[in-house]
Ligand binder design. Sequence first.
Ligand code: SAH
Ligand code: SF4
Ligand code: F3S
Length: 456
Amino acid sequence: MVEKLEEPKKVFVKTYGCQMNVYDSNRMEDALEQDGYERTANMEEADLVLLNTCHIREKAAEKVYSEVGRIRKLKERRADTNRPMTIGITGCVAQAEGAEIMKRAKAVDLVAGPQTYHRIADIVNRAEQGEKPVETEFEIEEKFAKLPVATHKQVQARGVASFLTVQEGCDKFCTFCVVPYTRGAEVSRSVNQIIDEARGMVDAGVREVTLLGQNVNAWHGVGEDGREWGLGELLHGLASMEGLERLRYTTSHPVDMDESLINAHRELDCLMPYLHLPIQAGSDKILKAMNRHHTVSDYMHIIERMREARPDMAISGDFIVGFPGETDEDFEETLKVVRAVKYASAFSFKYSTRPGTPGADMENQVPEEVKSERLRQLQDLLNEQQVEFNRTCIGRKMDILLEKKGRREGQLIGRSPWLQSVIVDDMLGKPGDIIHVEITDAAPNSLNAVAAQKET
Ligand code: SAH
Ligand code: SF4
Ligand code: F3S
């Protein structure tokens, strides 16, 4: 007699890397749930473990193999039961390394790149039958057309702020970066698809949507009025949706920053005054070697226009230190940019050579100790600026979107327009409410606030 499984199979997804991977993990979970799986937050009890991986830096990619090593032990313990464990690698490492992954980590049962997720249920099924599928085709248009729509319950389980991918892939080929190879060419989703997905989210209680793209401001499409839209017009189109209180977008590239996007910040109250605009390095020589297609002065000019459109605009960015050929003088120019811009927050990294990218073959690689020292200096400055930015919020009144319960009884955590976490103490509402508060205290990574009267 064949023994039947009594409980539905359980899936555990672990997400590495960027926000797009978070969005992708959600979509895969939705698809698998609609295929009969149940989600679990506990890897030990999972029948299917998916690692949704990131290839951006060497460390990120290597993490995956040590994690598989750990999961293999769980899998071995289950080998003789009627509930074997299936291990899958998805995401950018899957795309970049493909079948190599299975050679290096024998416990892996399936490999699926980012453009195959509309078939994830089928791929998993084949893996469970003992086939070892490796799927790395680029089928992006099909993916978005075929991925199942999330149910209200699925959206609700994730809270009141959601990511929504509008653009994927990259044609920029910065010389340090793997993304054009792992995500493929730049593709924009259609206005209809985006509006439908946003409406589904809002109907299920989402109040804030962050539009995602590797180059989100390169998004373009035919609008509801039959004309060609850019991101600025898309934001206008979404802003009129009832119930959608806040809009954000990330990540932008300086080259694609156009007038209509800058104007959208002037015209739309629901568009949050926050711009994540990476410059990577502050020397024109290095920007050229990175193939960024803009100068430091182009970048500074965009920041200036943004702040003119929205004086309270907060700026965030990404930096790479120790790109091949970067001298002390070049690095000094990066610090100069940081001092001039005054960032509200930022990410900074040591340059990591990535196989297959032009940077990997460049001469004048910078020694590791030099990179470490530069990173320390840069991060000291950026941390100082973040603390300063938060400190200047003390005494200020602002609207925050309540997102979830805090650690202590009665506490709630909300989000300021500038993406800061704001802790309020006396149950001033419920998740999804936008409340008016006054900031009373600031730490490096959060603010505290009390209820405030709105001035009329
Ligand atoms: N599309 C975005 C960023 C994608 S990757 C953009 O164009 O800005 C996120 C960040 O990782 C990059 O902004 C960069 O700062 C960093 N990064 C990318 N490749 C890297 C590498 N090889 N070494 C170190 N940092 C890297
Ligand atoms: Fe990578 Fe550059 Fe494309 Fe950003 S713009 S994803 S850094 S290649
Ligand atoms: Fe990483 Fe891929 Fe995102 S390499 S940063 S997960 S696009």
